[in-house]
Design a protein around this ligand. Sequence first.
Ligand code: NAD
Ligand code: WQD
Length: 338
Amino acid sequence: MNILVTGGAGYIGSHTIIELFEQGYTRIFSIDNYLNSKESNYEKIEKITGKTPEYNNIDLTDLESTRAFFKVNKIDAIIHFAALKSVPESVENSEVYYRNNTLTLLNLLSCMKEFDVKHIIFSSSCSVYGNPDQLPVNESTPFGVAESPYASTKQMGETILKDFCKTNVNFTAISLRYFNPVGAHSSGLIGENFSRRPNNLIPIITQTAAKIREKITVFGTDYNTDDGSCIRDYIHVIDIAKAHVKALDYQKQLNTTNNYDVFNLGTGRGTSVLEIIHSFEEISGKKLNYTLGDRRAGDVETIYSDNAKASSTLKWNASLSLEEMLKSAWKWQQSMEA
Ligand code: NAD
Ligand code: WQD
């Protein structure tokens, strides 16, 4: 099978390419325009696997360059990671996010029809659930009010795919809703790109431990949780990568009457911000300079995944522990400074 990974130089894309190579896929193509990654990530993939994907610098919002790629490459399935993903940036420049995250998908769908590419897997997010009334959330939990334009683009992406599949019954699509992907490859060679100032908890913790930041603020300690801080379902990026390989297998079981499906990808376990901070201190042996602060606007109090569907249908379960997530994130931070 020839697989196109869009956003293949990015955080989750690069880990997924490694997993695909390790699971025996040999012809992997990547498209990226390096908006939030570096071309040199492919060399790291090669160091780890001994293989390099065939990579192309294309902006997927440009239909003609995207078509030019499909004209010369016969693709069987697409794993579509390429998107912009910063929540606060999406609030500031919503039009950029709507344009990038929807046009990339729409252009791919046009090419799928024109060049007969039958399968697509879409990176969605637990942010589609908004602030859920019931926990844990499962795939039948309805979309909530989107807390940001970024979250809206994920709701839109899923809606676009669902509608596309209704009328194009010979195509199949799967949306994977990631909870909070963290951690890095155990080699310390690839991980999340921090060249823009990160807003997410784990990079802020590792940057604080590395003294790149002075301190970390816990956003809210008056939530209705055991220690008052927010609860999330952190999941190792390698577990997320493995789920894509399972989804590629499952795609073959979809058919003209059932050609669209959705899965949560989490561990099913909630961990609070303060628990993460204390676990990190224990694992790294570093004391973190943290303060207890006000709530951050738009934050959900608690969210974690019901994984039963991914477990029974995809035959996938998250296997890596919180310790492995934090250890690998710390190793990645240290290797960036070396
Ligand atoms: P990332 O920024 O590391 O990777 C995305 C890649 O897409 C980057 O390499 C970027 O250069 C590329 N890209 C963006 N726009 C492009 C365009 N127009 N044309 C070509 N390439 C383009 O992000 P990631 O963390 O690997 O996320 C991958 C996907 O997973 C995204 O769709 C993201 O929204 C989704 N997701 C991520 C998280 C998370 O916390 N990391 C959680 C849920 C969902
Ligand atoms: C986690 C927890 C913060 C920073 C976002 C997106 C979501 C998905 C994952 C893409 C929260 C707290 C954070 C800090 C803190 N991405 N925190 N101090 O907000 O759960 O999810 O990333 O799809 O869509 O919304 O992740 O890492 O920003 O925050 O206390 O300096 O850490 O309040 O409770 P979040 P996060």
